[in-house]
Design a protein around this ligand. Structure first.
Ligand code: PLP
Length: 341
């Protein structure tokens, strides 16, 4: 078994951390207030196994009933549970290549086959393809490219796919649109979201799925009784109740994303159109791995994935404006060019 390799989490030091798509801004102040209001009883007792208040609130966010909402210990847990709930022992799991590198590990853990569907030459939707998998992980916007496939194409695929489609929308809040309506309309589709990115709560571990009650029921049946802790439930509730704060952070990040993309294009880098909180970039005048190494020597962590096709790219998380200024300076120095914007 080859384990999933998470991005590096350096313990201390003056590091500019642009490697794991965390949010550079703090969560809603309501989250810290909720933390300070917690009583000993809320950790002495077991939490609500069904996360009812949180599911109800998430339901109201997406104009649906709590019977259509499942909450997990991060969206990674939700994805893992989907591989247990929706795949037969002799079934397979489909996903695009490249997409989120956790999926192959989940298929291996579940001991089922993988159907990897290569994306087009520019990482776009690969035209027509057949998939007879039981479960398809469709990442939109995609990771690590940040690109969002046309919604019409996604809807048509979901409509004809015979198994369950999990639309992994970890970065949806940073995009132009989302597919929640498809999940609420079609019985074989779940949209999976996380509080780790747009809500600035990667350390909390909270994610959720929205879709048909039958699919949600299946996840509820197989989960650990208390899969989401009492503190997580309480703080997640505070976060999703303050979407204005989340939206303001997302807007700032999107503006910084535009600025960084222009600066990198200014030094000749190829930058994919991103609808996420990161950029997928092919450097010019320096190799991707070398760029990753040289930046880490000056305390800037980005992500480089080995591989024939993806190895010539790097993924850069959008940080604060100050962090991105420092990155732009460092890149300009390495490229021997001044960045224009
Ligand atoms: C596409 C995708 N899905 C899911 C996740 C996991 O998010 P969580 O922190 O909710 O487990 C990530 C995290 O990087 C991701 O990139």
């Amino acid at each position: 078994l080859t384990a999933y390799v998470p991005g590096e989490q350096p313990g201390s030091g003056e590091i500019i951390k642009l490697n794991t798509n965390e949010n550079p801004y703090p969560p809603s102040p309501e989250v810290m207030k909720a933390l300070s209001r917690l009583k000993a009883g809320s950790v002495r007792l077991y939490p609500d196994p069904e996360c009812k208040r949180l599911r109800r609130r998430i339901g109201s966010l997406h104009a649906c009933d709590m019977a259509r909402v499942f909450v997990g210990n991060g969206s990674d847990e939700v994805l893992a549970l989907c591989t247990r709930a929706f795949v037969e022992n002799d079934g397979s799991i489909g996903f695009f290549q490249p997409s989120y590198s956790l999926y192959p590990a989940l298929a291996d853990i579940r001991e089922v086959r993988q159907q990897r569907v290569p994306l087009g030459p520019g990482f776009e939707w690969p035209g027509s393809f057949d998939s007879n998998s039981s479960l398809f992980f469709l990442t939109r916007p995609n990771a690590p490219t940040g690109m969002a496939y046309p919604k019409k194409t996604v809807r048509a695929f979901c409509g004809k796919f015979e198994g369950v489609v999990v639309i992994d929308e970890a970065y949806a809040e940073f995009g132009r649109d989302h597919c929640m309506d498809i999940a609420l309309e079609l019985d074989n589709v779940l949209a999976v979201r996380t509080l780790s990115k747009s809500f600035s709560l990667a350390g909390l571990r909270a994610g959720y799925a929205v879709g048909a009650p039958l699919l949600i029921d299946a996840l509820l049946k197989i989960k650990d009784s208390y899969n989401v802790g009492a503190v997580s439930q309480e703080l997640a509730l505070a976060a999703v109740s303050d979407t204005d704060h989340m939206r303001a952070n997302v807007d700032r990040i999107m503006a910084t994303r535009t600025r960084l993309a222009a600066a990198l294009r200014g030094v000749g880098y190829l930058v994919c159109a991103s609808e996420a909180n990161f950029l997928w970039v092919k450097p010019a005048g320096i190799g991707a791995k070398e760029l990753f190494e040289r930046l880490s020597q000056v305390g800037i962590l980005i992500r480089h994935f080995p591989g024939k096709r993806i190895g010539s790219y790097v993924r850069i998380t959008i940080g604060t404006d100050l962090e991105i200024d420092k990155l732009i300076d460092a890149v300009a120095r390495l490229s021997g060019k001044r960045s224009t914007p």
